[in-house]
Design a protein around this ligand. Structure first.
Ligand code: CUA
Length: 352
């Protein structure tokens, strides 16, 4: 800029400053849009409280939207006052105006808003804690280390046991009985209802009432030990007839192993002592320590929601159990020959 006068140089520098500011503004704008999209993307999906598919979750989502709306209103009001005080009327304000602002905005308004939400929140509780009506379907869920034991309780006292999966009929209230033999877990299906602790020596009751069909996920919401974060489960909400067919099938004993590989797998299952921990109804395997495997091949996941459910996943799970879920009680069976693991996987995958 050798040939420019001082005022020309100032003008050029101001212009380039404005262009740079505009560019930065656009960058910040796109970052804000991208950030908001990412945040909004978290509002749906199988683990979302805001994508409500149950009576309890709908109440909780409504409370959330009211809280979010009032937080935005208060934020806009505070920013508005700041702009007014700094830009529009920067001169000193009277003592009286300052006092009014502090007492009104700093004491009266928060007291009113929070008291309003306290009353609203408390008024939701009776509805959220309302038990399922007598005669509802009852399901006992036990938090194990680190998986979910699920038992469908028939009115005659019979129980059908499965693991890491709940199927529910849409539009019907269900009573869930929650407990744990050793450590505290928390049972949470965000799309259906709030969370409730599973406490050793106590049975907590929760009513679930799904309003939409679909497959949702549940998680443990209380730190319970090494594999706490690997303690998921699936919840399939189905039409009543489909649910009834599924439950009738769960009550049946395991189907016979089909094909030579699966039959070899069944022999190996018994020979390797798997039946000491796992039950497969209709076979000599009657263990009660680990998950009931009677219909394991028909479940939506393996290892409490951490693997899909294909023959290869059974093989991976058996060979590397302790790597996949540190702290799990089941030992890895990686020492077995791969052919044996393949046969075992074919047998278990066939138990639908
Ligand atoms: Cu079970 Cu955390």
């Amino acid at each position: 800029m050798g040939g420019l006068t001082a005022s020309q140089r100032r003008l050029a520098s101001a212009r380039s400053g404005r262009i740079c500011c505009r560019r930065q503004g656009r960058k910040v704008g796109s970052l804000v849009v991208l950030g908001s999209l990412l945040v909004l993307a978290g509002c749906s999906g199988p683990l979302s409280t805001l994508d409500a598919a149950g009576r309890g979750a709908e109440r909780i989502a409504t409370l959330f939207w009211w809280l979010a709306a009032s937080a935005i209103l208060i934020w806009v009001a505070v920013i508005g006052l700041t702009v007014y005080a700094v830009r529009l009327r920067p001169e000193p304000h009277s003592q009286r105006a300052a006092k009014l602002l502090i007492i009104g905005g700093g004491v009266a308004l928060p007291t009113l808003v929070l008291a309003g939400y306290l009353v609203y929140g408390l008024s939701l509780l009776p509805d959220l804690l309302q038990p399922a009506p007598p005669g509802s379907l009852r399901i006992a869920v036990t938090g194990e280390q680190w998986w979910w034991r699920v038992r469908y309780l028939a009115p005659d006292g019979e129980a059908v046991e499965l693991a890491n999966e709940l199927r529910l009929p849409v539009g019907e209230p269900v009573e869930v009985l929650l407990d744990s033999p050793d450590v505290i877990h928390s049972f949470w299906i965000p799309s259906l209802a709030g969370k409730l602790d599973m406490i050793p020596g106590r049975v907590n009751r929760m009513a679930l009432e799904p309003t939409k069909t679909g497959v949702f996920q549940g998680a443990c919401a209380e730190y319970c030990g090494t594999a706490h974060a690997l303690m998921r489960f699936y919840v399939a909400v189905e039409e009543k007839e489909k649910f009834a067919r599924w439950l009738a099938r769960q009550k049946q004993p395991a189907q016979a192993a089909a094909g030579p590989l699966a039959r070899r797998g069944q022999e190996l299952f018994l020979a390797n002592g798997c039946g000491a921990c796992h039950a497969i109804r209709g076979t000599p395997a009657e263990g009660v320590i680990g998950p009931d495997l009677t219909h394991v091949g028909g479940r939506l996941s393996l290892g409490a929601g951490i693997l899909p459910n294909e023959a290869d996943d059974f093989l991976r799970w058996m060979a590397r159990t302790e790597d996949l879920k540190p702290g799990v009680h089941m030992p890895s069976f990686g020492m077995l020959p791969t052919q044996h693991l393949r046969a075992l996987a074919a047998y278990l995958d066939g138990l639908e």
